[in-house]
Write a protein that binds this ligand. Sequence first.
Ligand SMILES: Nc1ncnc2c1ncn2[C@@H]1O[C@H](COP(=O)(O)OP(=O)(O)OP(=O)(O)O)[C@@H](O)[C@H]1O
Length: 578
Amino acid sequence: MKLLWRLGKEAIKYKTLYLIAIISTFVLTLINLAAPKILSSMTAIVEKGASKEASKQIFLLTVILIALYLLRILFRYLSNYLAHKAAWNLVEDLRVRVYEHIQEFSMNFFHDKQTGDLMSRVINDTATFELLYAHIIPEMVTNVVTVIGVMIILLTINVELALLTCIPIPLILFSGWVFATKIRPNFKVSQKALAELNAKLQDNFSGIHEIQAFGQEEYEQFQITEHAGHFTKAMLHALNLSAVFHPGVEFLSSAGTVIVVGIGGVLAFQGGLSVADIVAFLLYLSLFYTPISGLARLLEEVQQAYAGAERVMVILDTPTEIKNEKNAEELKDVKGSITFDSVDFSYEDNVSVLKDINFHCKPGQMIALVGPTGVGKTTLTQLISRFYDPANGRILIDGKDIKKVTLESLRSNIAPVLQDTFLFNGTIADNIGYANPTAGMDEIIAAAKAARIHDNIMDMPNQYETKVGERGMRLSGGQKQRIAIARAILRKAPIIILDEATASVDVETEREIQRAINDLAGTRTIVAIAHRLSTIQNADMILVLEEGKIVQCGTHNELINQDGLYRRLNLAQNKAAS
Ligand SMILES: Nc1ncnc2c1ncn2[C@@H]1O[C@H](COP(=O)(O)OP(=O)(O)OP(=O)(O)O)[C@@H](O)[C@H]1O
């Protein structure tokens, strides 16, 4: 009930459009009900025999009939188009709203979600509103008006015959129920098989490199053949059942016609029924049984639409965990100091990732996070941008608790270079400019120069207009990383986070990136994560993490002279290098 109320509320914006569509559907059904009556009246006139008066009446009825058919064109258009217009506009609104809402969820939300599932929420589940508003509701209006209208008309013509035509109704209702519950589910099996084929294809195209590299083409082809075969088998099974079923229903509807012709004929001989009435009966019966046989299907579609609408509402009702607090201020004129005050964090309850993290970094300083893999370095940097909130403690920027400032202003002051660089399927200029949509080409080029990628770009066929391909597939790992750095530089944010910015580059490029980072040092606060300790030797402060805690803190020279993890890591790397 609550959902019904909400469905109505969602559609309220298009109420005028929708009301006209429903009234048009109503009028259209009335026209459909009137036409057989006119045809039967014409038959009655013909039955009486030729006369001048009769010709006049036939002419008049013909004109009325043509006018009705013309009006039917108009009302069918209004009913069909306006209902669809309201419904698709509503779907568009919902798609944007659901996307907008999903976009605001914290990273926690995305961890256990599959892209396909989220896509389906935005595309398929919202489309059930179209099913509801453009098909189910208008069809219900048509069916109710038709069944009641036809029954009244039949009763006015002949009560006995009208009641006799109701005999097949229970059988038609039963067969509709059989179709909805026993036959249609077989089509769902085939849809599931198609979805599995789709998912397998998507997986294979994404992993085509691995398939070829490991010589698994034959195996994968076999898998695809299996999936394609499952679909065909399921589809043919459903079609077979359906092909047997429909003639059965047709037979039941025809039974009504046979009753009218048989019993009506006898009544006509007895003088209780005119030929015109029999014609009217036959014409109305063709309208009468269709809504009845479709009732079960309609009820099933209602359930389907209801389930889809529920899935949409679940998303819209899920609160965003990370959002602006009431009275959150703008974070303005940021100098760039960062403070962690007794910060604890865990992704899952009882699995602590960061424990009691405390440090203070002054504006323009470079701090480096080092430690074994999986110790929590990336997690720590993600807390600064509020991709997650700490379980305990506070994080301050320029002395302001980041929970008390707006998310937009916080993130606009931070430029990240993430571990896995994601590039959008556009040009190089688009991808660098993504950080700052107002930046001109000269600024984009300056950022690329600062990130030591400009010369590389100029050697490409279309230079800054070169397409990077899906996820930047046409670029090398090192090129992608430097484009990500250029993007971060263009952001002109006082805080830069570099998560393994030199992970996939050769020694020469690493030196160049190092120079680029050194140029930024002093003017921006830099938080850098590095496995190669050689890249962070100039850092003002190195935080060494072990088991989620800071176990050492100091400059390279200080730490190298202490007996601890940093010295051990350094020794291990020097040994590996020699
Ligand atoms: N979304 C997540 N859900 C649950 N646990 C996670 C999630 N992301 C990371 N972890 C866990 O948190 C811990 C810290 O991960 P994090 O990526 O911060 O480590 P890291 O020090 O940056 O590692 P690396 O040096 O390999 O990049 C790891 O044990 C990791 O398995």
